[in-house]
Design a protein around this ligand. Structure first.
Ligand code: SF4
Length: 207
């Protein structure tokens, strides 16, 4: 089964999920969207009002800023994959509880396993804490770390949530600077060569 089919199958499970109480007040599940064949995956917190209405991640004002930040490094949301830590909207946009995050974690884990991204950009503290539970976003944003996940080495770059950047000009400037890290990695000649070789090996395997 190709990645798109696997993601579709997972989306259907999210649509019927009742593992935590968040489904009760939400209009619909918001599993994630984008290109499952991408090298870059973004993980936010949870759907807000507009995301709940439309069934898509980051479609409100924070989403517009995310689009701008992506554009600044020559990417569009269609070229990356965007998901959240919880897939149903917490009522009144409250923070998701640790129980809800735990209940929903298998969906996020499955998305990462299917997509196999080279880079994961965590947006805000909840997604950062998935990989770095004892760190603070103020100290860690923009830093690049390797994380072993399901036999895969992934580069994880924690960043501020775009909603926080909308509220604070200093955070917005930091977010703009942090985004350049993604471009640096994607433009790096050595990693480009490594990626091409890996893709070639994968093609050989499927011949
Ligand atoms: S938030 Fe996650 S665990 Fe909770 S009901 Fe929705 S899909 Fe299931």
């Amino acid at each position: 089964m190709d990645k798109k089919e696997e993601i579709k199958k997972l989306n259907k499970k999210v649509a019927h999920c009742q593992l935590c109480p968040l489904f009760e007040k939400a209009i619909q599940g918001v599993p994630g969207a984008g290109d499952p064949d991408t090298e870059v995956m973004f993980i936010g917190e949870g759907p807000g009002y507009w995301e709940d209405q439309k069934g898509l991640p980051f479609v409100g004002r924070a989403g517009q800023l995310l689009d701008e930040l992506l554009k600044s490094i020559g990417l569009s949301r269609e070229e990356v994959f965007i998901a959240n830590v919880v897939k149903h909207r917490p009522p009144n946009n409250r923070d998701p509880s640790s129980e809800e995050i735990e209940a929903c974690s298998s969906f996020l884990d499955q998305q990462i396993k299917i997509i196999k991204p080279r880079i994961i950009v965590t947006l805000g503290r909840f997604s950062m804490q998935k990989f770095f539970p004892n760190e603070f976003i103020s100290g860690m944003h923009g830093q690049t770390r390797f994380v072993d996940f399901d036999d895969q080495r992934i580069i994880v770059i924690p960043m501020y949530h775009p909603a926080a950047a909308l509220r604070n000009g200093t955070i917005k400037e930091a977010a703009e600077k942090d985004f350049l890290k993604i471009k640096e990695f994607l433009d790096n000649k050595e990693t480009q060569k490594e990626r091409k070789e890996e893709k070639k090996e994968q093609i050989e395997l499927f011949k």
